[in-house]
Design a protein around this ligand. Structure first.
Ligand SMILES: C[S@@+](CC[C@H](N)C(=O)[O-])C[C@H]1O[C@@H](n2cnc3c(N)ncnc32)[C@H](O)[C@@H]1O
Length: 268
């Protein structure tokens, strides 16, 4: 790929998603774009990129979608989910004891494994029994990922990534070679296509926001702006959960890591 083509794509991705394309990943980028080239009937990547410069929305959206990194797994970073079950949930239940309502957002939920992992924990902790209302919102920029998440149908390989056999049997129904999440768990999550670069107004105030392994791919400026919006959306007692290898840099003055270094809360 020519340097000018890479630069054009990098600007497009940054503007449309916040993601910083890596020059070292040019081969991977070209191979992902091949699918778009075929789908739209172009003969070469160069021909597709020439058309892309005129900005037709369908093509732009398809290119952005093709370059998103959707990698995810059930209970990804299992220690974190243990922490959520034993520390975060009890703390939130304590903080919201009067209202008995929790609002949790998975921002960058990909194909649904993360919000469904939370839904399974919430189901096991049975807050509903004590009259709690739990709202679990899951969003992603990728329309394809959200469609798959809504379906809740996973391949054998996907369920083998992170699900203990007893959890699989408890919450999934086998359909041929695939496994479908139980309807009861599926209905606990509201899925929606949403770009983190857009306005958060509709989301209201959240008790917990999971934004794991999303901002790690962002340019510094959109990352700082999204972190500022995430911090505004958090309730005073709320917390933000980033991926295991992520940090708040460069927006460290808005939130701080708690003593466990797992959750981020409002700076005092
Ligand atoms: C690597 S996956 C992480 C999935 C899940 N949070 C996890 O940790 O397993 C990153 C997700 O972020 C989404 N994403 C990237 N840029 C986004 C943006 N600007 N707005 C919303 N989602 C975005 C991608 O589509 C992808 O599904």
């Amino acid at each position: 790929m020519k340097a000018a083509d890479f630069d054009f794509l990098a600007q497009l991705m940054s503007r449309r998603s916040g993601i910083a394309l890596q020059r070292s990943k040019t081969q991977m980028i070209a191979s992902r774009l091949q699918a778009v080239v075929r789908r739209f009937g172009f003969r070469t990547i160069e021909a597709m990129l020439a058309e892309l410069r005129f900005g037709p929305e369908q093509l732009v959206a398809a290119v952005v979608e093709a370059l998103l990194i959707a990698d995810t797994a059930f209970f990804r970073d299992s220690a974190l989910f243990e922490h959520v079950r034993h520390k975060l949930l009890p703390a939130l239940v304590k903080a919201k004891g009067q209202e008995r309502c929790l609002r949790i957002w998975c921002a960058g939920a990909s194909t649904g494994q993360e919000p469904y992992s939370l839904a399974m924990i919430l189901d096991e902790e049975n807050l509903a029994r004590d009259g709690w209302r739990v709202e679990l919102i899951a969003t992603d920029l990728s329309a394809a990922a959200i469609t798959r998440a809504r379906e809740g149908l996973y391949s054998r390989h996907e369920v083998e990534r992170g699900l203990a056999p007893q959890t699989l049997l408890k919450f999934f129904v086998q359909q041929g070679d695939s496994w479908r999440i139980e309807e009861r768990i599926r209905r606990m999550v509201s899925f929606r296509v949403f770009n983190l670069l857009d306005d958060f107004g509709w989301l209201g105030t959240l008790d917990a926001i999971f934004c794991r392994n999303v901002l790690i791919y962002f340019d510094a400026r959109p990352k700082a702006s999204v972190l500022a919006k995430l911090s505004e959306a958090l309730a005073p007692h709320g917390c933000l959960i980033l991926g295991a290898s992520e940090s708040l840099t460069p927006a460290t003055d808005l939130l701080r890591a708690d003593s466990t270094r797992v959750f981020y809360r409002h700076a005092a």
